[in-house]
Design a protein around this ligand. Structure first.
Ligand code: ZN
Length: 183
């Protein structure tokens, strides 16, 4: 789907689909629109919506690509965990202090989340880890470490988002943006 700058705001389009709601079985509605989210980037937002039980599933897709960027935020306290971020479909997340990485392959579309949301996802990912492949003691250690950060132990860590599309954003005045031109 291509567009020019003056086309980026339009009324949402909506139609009923043949897809059943996973929650109540009613036919889902599909709502599609383009907008500029607060990052001043054009995105397409696609939502499947159930009018009966209000089940909702959204996908966000960036429309333009940008130069590759690495975003770095020092998470200093519990409030920083609520920092909102947009993660593009190809952004990789790294938290060196936790030796943790989330590869872009695990999301096919962009997502708006928070640092805490990413940590929670990381925990879920570790829960799915094949216990045979790793030292279970080490795994439990990492998991309880992440849990205590989420609970607010105030530990500092570095949150890195490496995005070849350059569309990801971290909504903080302290974010450091590294442009990776000659990388
Ligand atoms: Zn439903």
């Amino acid at each position: 789907m291509f567009m020019t700058d003056d086309m980026d705001e339009e009324a949402p389009r909506e139609f009923q689909t043949e897809t059943s709601c996973p929650s109540c079985g009613q036919k889902l509605y599909f709502i599609f629109y383009r907008t500029r989210v607060s990052y001043e980037e054009a995105v397409e937002i696609e939502t499947f919506f159930c009018k009966k039980c209000l089940y909702k599933s959204s996908q966000i897709r960036p429309l333009e690509s940008d130069s590759p960027k690495k975003l770095v935020l020092e998470v200093r306290n519990h409030d920083d965990l609520r920092t909102i971020l947009y993660r593009s479909p190809e952004a990789k997340i790294e938290i060196p202090e936790l030796e943790a990485e989330i590869d872009p392959g695990e999301i096919s579309t962009g997502e708006i989340t928070t640092i805490e949301g990413v940590l929670t996802r990381l925990l879920e990912k570790l829960d799915l880890f094949d216990q045979d492949d790793v030292d279970p003691e080490k795994l439990n250690e990492v998991k309880s470490h992440i849990k205590s950060i989420i609970k607010g132990n105030g530990e500092k860590f570095t949150f890195v988002m490496d995005d070849p599309l350059g569309k990801s954003r971290i909504n903080s005045s302290r974010v450091i943006v590294l442009h990776k031109s000659g990388d």
